[in-house]
Design a protein around this ligand. Structure first.
Ligand code: AMP
Ligand code: ZN
Length: 665
C-alpha cells in the first residue's frame, strides 16, 4: 500500500466511524482506538503535506481563526416560513393551495421545527465546500471552517448524490450538551448561557474554530436544494439524503390531510419534551416537488410550506419568597421560591429572577401569582404577573440591600447588571467558592478533594483560602466526618501534585474576576510570570490582545489587595508554578512582535498548526486574510492563486518556510 492509499483508507475508515457515532449514534469502535487511528492519520498528513485535504477527519478539531466572516450571496434565497397557530389557520392554508393547484390531491410532509440557526451547506462533486448562515435570506456569512468541526456533518459523501447541490439544515445544541456547558460556566464563575438556540447561533460566529469544535453542536437537515429532478417528492429526497450520510431526523412523516397533520402536531406537542433537543413547532410542506414548483414563493416565504407554532409551556403559581444566592465572585442572584407546580414534565419549585432590573421590570412581589415558563434553561423563568390575583396588601419588592450570608451591604457598579457582596474575605460562600474553583478540574485539578469537603474544612477552621490547603496535615483530616487514613492521604497527595500544574492553569485557578480559562492563557503567555502580571499597569494590560478594560480593572483590583499578594507569596513558597516553565520559555521570543502574518499553502518541515504556533510563540499574530495590514506571508507549496495576486497587488512580501525558520532561530 502506498502512503497515499494508506491515508485515503484511514480517512474513509475514520469518516465511517464518525458517521456511525454522530449520525447513527451507534459506535463500532472504542474512543481509544479511534484516537489511535486519528493520530496515525495526523502523522501521515504532517509527513506528507502534499496529501493535505481540508475535508480530512483531522481537520475536525479546528484551530483556524476567522477574523472576519465573508459575506456570500446565496445561490438560492433562504426564505422564512409563514406561521400558523390553530387548526383554522392550517385549513385556510390548505384551501389557498388547493385553489392554486386546482386539486384536492395534496400530500404533506410533517417535520419538527428544529430550534437553532439555519445553515446552507454546499457540496460539489460529493465534497463539502462551503457553509453559509441564513443572514437576511439573500446573503449570509461564510462559516465553513467552524461548520467543519461539527462531526455529524459529512465532509465527503458516501455515494453519488446529485453532483452539485445545497443542503439546508439547522445547527442545534442538544439539551444535554447545553446543560453541561452551563455547569462548567457556573463552575468558572461565568453567567450561564440563556438558551440553546442563541448559544448555537453564537457558536457559528466564534473566531476560533477550535472553540467551536469543543461545543457539542449538531446539525439536523431538512431540505435538499438542486436543479436536478432526480426525486419526485420532498420526502424521497430527504430519505436519499439520509442514505448519503446526512442526519435527517426519523421524526418526519407523511400526511394525507390536514387532520393527519394535526395528529402529528398534537402527538409531538406532548412527546417533544422527551426529545434531546428543542423544537418550537412543526413545519408542514407540500410533498410533491412539482406542486411545490407550481406554488412558488411570496416575497417572504414559500407558499408550499407553513410552520405551526407550539404554545410555550406556561403555568401560573404563587411566589412564596425571594431569596438571594451568593456566588464565588460575590455576585448575587435573586431566586423565586414558588409553590411547587408541574411544568413540562418536572416539578418546579424555584425560578431565576436574574437581577434587580428584572424584578423591577416585571414588578414581581411576594404573594403574587406569577407565570412560569420553561425553555431550554436549567431553571425556569418568571415571565410575568397575574395582576388580577394580586393581594390587596401587596408591597413592591425591595431588593436585598445586604448580603444574606454575611450581612455586608451590597454594591452595584455602573454597567453591572448584578449586585455584589464586597466582603470577599469574610463571606462564607465566596471563601469556599474560591477554594472549590481552585481545586476544580480545569484549574488545579486536585484529586481526592471535593466541594463538600471544602465546606467541611472551612467549617472546622482548617482552611480559609487556597494557600491553606498546602499546610494541611493527614492527622488534621482523619478525624473529620467520612474521612479515613487512606482518603486523607489521597487528599494530601492530590494537593501536593497540584504543584506541577502549569502557570496558565494556576492563573485561572486564582479566580480573578473575568479571568476565565482563555484569558488566563493569554495573560500567562504575555506576562510570563505572576510578578510581571501583578506589576502591570492599566495601559500595559489593555495593550494585550483581547484584554479589555473590564479585565484590566479586575486584575488591578486583585493586585492592589495586600491579602491577595500575601496569598501569592505563600503559593510561591510552596512551589506552585507561578511563571511559565523554562521549557515553554525556550521557544518564545518577541521577534515577531507587531507583525500580522498570513500562512498559505502546504509546508514540509512543520505542520500548519506548528507554524501558526511558532508565529504566536514569537509574539506575532496569525491573520487569515491578506490586507494592507499584513506584514508578510509565509508561503508553502501551492499557495492559492487569488492570494498570490492579492499579495502582489498590495506589494506584500512572500517568504518561504525556510526563511521563516531562519527568522525565528
Ligand atoms: P422563521 O425563522 O420563523 O421564519 O422560520 C424559518 C426557519 O425555520 C428556517 O430558516 C429554518 O432555519 C427553521 N427550520 C427549522 N426546522 C425546519 C424544518 N424542518 N423545515 C424548514 N425550516 C426549518
Ligand atoms: Zn457576603
Amino acid at each position: 500500500m502506498t502512503v497515499e492509499e494508506k491515508v485515503l483508507a484511514l480517512r474513509e475508515e475514520l469518516n465511517k466511524h464518525n458517521y456511525n457515532y454522530y449520525v447513527l449514534d451507534n459506535a463500532t469502535i472504542s474512543d481509544y482506538e479511534f484516537d489511535i487511528k486519528l493520530k496515525e492519520l495526523e502523522k501521515l498528513e504532517v509527513d506528507n503535506p502534499n496529501l493535505f485535504d481540508p475535508n480530512s477527519p483531522t481537520q475536525r478539531v479546528g484551530g483556524q481563526i476567522t477574523k472576519s466572516f465573508n459575506t456570500i450571496t446565496h445561490k438560492n434565497r433562504m426564505y422564512s416560513l409563514d406561521n400558523s397557530y390553530s387548526k383554522e389557520d392550517l385549513l385556510d392554508w390548505e384551501k389557498r393551495i388547493q385553489k392554486m393547484l386546482g386539486t384536492t390531491d395534496i400530500e404533506y410532509t410533517c417535520e419538527l421545527k428544529y430550534d437553532g440557526a439555519s445553515i446552507n451547506l454546499t457540496y460539489e462533486n460529493g465534497k463539502f465546500v462551503r457553509a453559509v448562515t441564513r443572514g437576511d435570506g439573500v446573503q449570509g456569512d461564510e462559516v465553513t471552517t467552524n461548520i467543519r468541526t461539527i462531526k455529524s456533518i459529512p465532509l465527503i459523501l458516501s455515494e453519488d448524490f446529485v453532483a452539485d447541490f445545497e443542503m439546508r439544515g439547522e445547527i442545534i445544541l442538544p439539551l444535554e450538551g447545553f446543560n453541561l456547558m452551563n455547569e462548567e460556566r457556573v463552575l468558572n464563575g461565568e453567567e450561564p448561557y440563556r438558551n440553546p438556540r442563541n448559544t448555537a447561533s453564537g457558536s457559528l460566529k466564534l473566531q476560533d474554530s477550535g472553540e467551536v469544535a469543543k461545543r457539542p453542536l449538531d446539525c439536523l437537515l431538512y431540505q435538499v436544494v438542486t436543479n436536478e429532478r432526480k426525486y419526485k417528492t420532498h420526502f424521497e429526497s430527504l430519505e436519499a439524503a439520509r442514505k448519503f450520510g446526512f442526519k435527517v431526523p426519523h421524526t418526519i412523516e407523511l400526511a394525507k390531510s390536514i387532520d393527519e397533520v394535526l395528529d402529528f402536531v398534537n402527538s409531538w406537542d406532548v412527546k417533544r419534551h422527551d426529545l434531546p433537543y428543542e423544537t418550537d413547532g412543526v413545519v408542514i410542506k407540500v410533498n410533491s416537488l412539482q406542486q411545490q414548483d407550481e406554488l412558488g414563493y411570496t416575497s417572504k416565504s414559500p407558499r408550499w410550506a407553513i410552520a405551526y407554532k407550539f404554545k410555550a409551556e406556561q403555568v401560573s403559581t404563587v411566589l412564596n419568597e425571594i431569596t438571594y444566592q451568593v456566588g464565588r465572585t460575590g455576585a448575587i442572584t435573586p431566586v423565586a421560591n414558588l409553590e411547587p407546580v408541574h411544568l413540562a414534565g418536572t416539578i418546579v419549585k424555584r425560578a431565576s429572577l436574574h437581577n434587580s432590573d428584572q424584578i423591577e421590570k416585571l414588578d414581581v412581589r411576594v404573594g403574587d401569582t406569577v407565570y412560569v415558563e420553561k425553555g431550554g434553561e436549567i431553571i425556569p423563568k418568571i415571565m410575568g404577573v397575574d395582576l388580577s390575583l394580586r393581594p390587596s396588601d401587596s408591597e413592591p419588592t425591595l431588593y436585598a440591600t445586604h448580603c444574606p450570608e454575611c450581612g455586608t451591604e451590597l454594591v452595584r457598579t455602573d454597567g453591572d447588571a448584578k449586585h455584589y457582596c464586597p466582603n470577599e474575605f469574610g463571606c462564607a460562600p465566596q471563601i469556599t467558592g474560591r477554594i472549590q474553583h481552585y481545586i476544580s478540574r480545569k484549574a488545579m485539578d486536585i484529586d481526592g478533594l471535593g466541594g463538600e469537603t471544602v465546606d467541611l474544612l472551612y467549617k472546622e477552621g482548617l482552611v480559609e483560602n487556597y494557600a491553606d490547603l498546602y499546610e494541611l496535615k493527614v492527622e488534621q483530616i482523619i478525624p473529620l466526618e467520612r474521612m479515613a487514613e487512606k482518603s486523607a492521604q489521597n487528599m494530601i497527595d492530590g494537593i501536593a501534585k497540584s504543584k506541577e500544574i502549569p502557570f496558565e492553569k494556576v492563573l485561572f485557578a486564582l479566580g480573578i474576576r473575568f479571568v476565565g480559562e482563555t484569558v488566563a492563557k493569554k495573560l500567562a503567555k504575555h506576562f510570563k510570570s505572576i510578578d510581571n502580571l501583578l506589576n502591570a499597569n492599566f495601559d500595559t494590560l489593555i495593550s494585550v490582545d483581547e484584554i479589555g478594560e473590564k479585565i484590566a480593572e479586575s486584575v488591578l483590583n486583585f493586585s492592589k489587595d495586600e491579602k491577595n499578594l500575601a496569598t501569592i507569596e505563600r503559593l510561591k513558597s510552596y512551589g506552585i508554578q507561578l511563571e511559565i516553565s523554562q521549557e515553554q520559555l525556550q521557544n518564545q521570543t518577541n521577534k515577531l512582535e507587531g507583525k500580522a502574518i498570513v500562512v498559505s499553502g502546504v509546508f514540509h518541515q512543520m505542520s500548519r498548526n506548528e507554524l501558526k504556533k511558532a508565529i504566536e510563540d514569537n509574539g506575532g499574530k496569525v491573520s487569515s486574510s491578506i490586507s494592507k495590514k499584513t506584514s508578510f506571508i509565509v508561503a508553502g507549496d501551492n499557495m492559492g492563486p487569488s492570494k498570490l495576486t492579492k499579495a502582489q497587488n498590495l506589494g506584500i512580501d512572500i517568504i518561504s518556510e525556510e526563511d521563516f525558520i531562519n527568522m525565528i532561530k
